[in-house]
Write a protein that binds this ligand. Structure first.
Ligand code: G6P
Length: 474
């Protein structure tokens, strides 16, 4: 018998399509969800529903995209320009994203946002239900699709529906500010299992449900409209083996040494992020400035190499942030730089996977300064690339990863002096201590990899369904 496929639904597919000189080009998508999840499945095992990142210019191109993606088991959901504006940039990234990242002052509501968010969630629901291959497992991902679990449930009570929230879930006090708070939590409660990266996020969600819906709950479950729904934490991992394998290849080692050779007398600090205010990029630059003020003996001996991957550049907060980063980088470089030393090297682009691993290998320190982050997979990728070389991870206490990678130097990115001192501590750290800390973190990342994460979530979803069946039988 043909094995049933699992259906994965996320706003973005793991690839995006670009049109260059009338040709359609397939590129990998940026961000933790796409990169992390994509390596966890065999493409034969799943069918992935999501937006391909392009507005087709006509019906012919639309068909072409559908055909192009079919062999990869990807089903595109197309969004119009208005839907991109109001659903993606608008409700998802100007309302839900800032609230979930504790930045309520960045919220911007527009009349069209909510109605389009509802409409697009319905569009995804129709696409998922149009699949004629039988499936008993639907896994919905992330805040852009918070209404989808309930939309699917109302079409079919029997479905096994899981939902995973890849970003933080805010404290209930903050969540209460959203006008559509009831619709959003009810939307999620259509799932059988709702997952978060951390225990704190799962408790925040439970508290929001209790307050909004006046239901009672256990520490990992609640009963709503006669259904038991489980709410638990599943910290996401990475494809550890892939990083170990790639980082040991001679070709990648040589990319790393070539990169290193540009900085023969300097320590290299790297920082890799999507352009986002939640990543604490300005906080990092301010701390680096403080470091240069406080520790002049390190002048000319260290560089901060920042790779910022372009993201959401039509949203005004992101445009503003980009300008502020440019200003801050040139301020630092003009105060401290000279003909032979540029303290901050900043690139606004994405790198191919192999070059990125080369960068991880070559660097001495990796700085993650998120002011809020669901998990932050870069911190894990860095450590996984360090099985043959050494490096210190400086990690914000506000990233989900800090709950697991406790052997990193954990910092509060809002505390400039503390962060500056952690750079100093990392630079002076004895090689044995670096090795010990790296090894301890490697053990965690190796064991709790992305395959483990998928298994755990999948098994738990099957279990919750069984518990619900028992309940009905009683
Ligand atoms: C984060 C979110 C993902 C999102 C990614 C990239 O990782 O959790 O849902 O896809 O950022 O953002 P974008 O807006 O480009 O899809």
């Amino acid at each position: 018998m043909k094995k049933k496929k699992k259906i994965i639904i996320s706003n973005r597919l793991p690839i995006q399509i670009e049109r260059k000189k009338e040709k359609l080009i397939i590129k990998p998508s940026a961000g933790g969800l796409a990169t992390g999840l994509n390596s966890a499945f065999d493409t034969d095992e799943i069918l992935w529903v999501g937006w391909p990142g392009i507005v087709p210019k006509d019906e012919e191109e639309r068909e072409k995209i559908v055909e192009l993606l079919k062999p990869m088991n990807l089903l595109p959901v197309f969004l119009s320009k208005d839907e991109i504006r109001n659903f993606y940039e608008g409700y998802s990234n100007e309302v839900l994203w800032p609230i979930c990242h504790y930045q309520p002052s960045y919220i911007h509501f527009d009349r069209e946002y909510w109605s389009t968010y509802v409409m697009v969630n319905k569009k995804f629901c129709e696409a998922a239900l149009s699949i004629d291959e039988p499936s008993d497992f639907i896994w919905v991902h992330d805040y852009q699709l918070m209404l989808l679990p309930q939309l699917l449930r109302s079409e079919n009570q029997e479905l096994n529906i899981g939902y995973f929230h890849h970003i933080p879930f805010p404290s209930e006090e903050l969540f209460m500010n959203i006008p559509q708070r009831k619709e959003l939590v009810e939307g999620l409660l259509g799932a059988d299992l709702i997952g978060f990266h951390t225990f704190a996020d799962s408790q925040n969600f439970l508290n929001a449900c209790k307050k909004i819906l006046h239901v009672s709950s256990g520490h990992n479950q609640l009963k709503y409209k006669d259904r038991h729904i489980f709410i638990e934490s599943f910290p996401m991992g990475i494809d550890f083996d892939k990083f170990v394998e790639v980082s040991s290849q001679p070709k990648i080692q040589s990319i790393a040494s070539q990169f290193r050779s540009h900085f023969p007398d300097q320590k290299i600090i790297i920082a890799v992020d999507r352009l986002d205010y939640s990543k604490g990029i300005l906080e990092r630059l301010r701390a680096f400035l403080t470091f240069l003020e406080k520790y002049p003996e390190w002048h000319t001996k260290v560089v901060l190499y920042m790779l910022i991957v372009p993201s959401r550049d039509k949203v005004s907060q992101y445009k503003k942030l980009k300008d502020e980063i440019n200003r801050k980088v040139s301020e630092i470089n003009s105060i401290y730089g000279n003909l032979s030393w540029t303290p901050v090297l900043y690139f606004y682009k994405s790198l191919p996977f192999e070059e990125l691993v080369g960068l991880y290998i070559a660097s001495d320190i990796c700085m993650i300064t998120s002011t809020r982050d669901g998990m932050n997979l870069v911190s894990k990728e860095y450590i996984a690339s360090k099985t043959l070389s050494k490096g210190v991870l400086i990690l914000s206490e506000f990233a989900g990863a800090s709950k697991e990678l406790v052997d990193a130097l954990i910092i509060n990115p809002y505390n400039r002096t503390e962060t500056a001192d952690s750079i100093y501590q990392a630079l002076k750290m004895p090689p044995e201590e670096i090795q010990e800390r790296t090894d301890a973190n490697i053990q965690i990342i190796q064991k709790f990899n992305v395959q483990h994460w998928v298994q755990l979530f999948t098994n738990r979803l099957a279990e919750t369904k069984a518990i619900q069946r028992d309940e009905w039988a009683r």
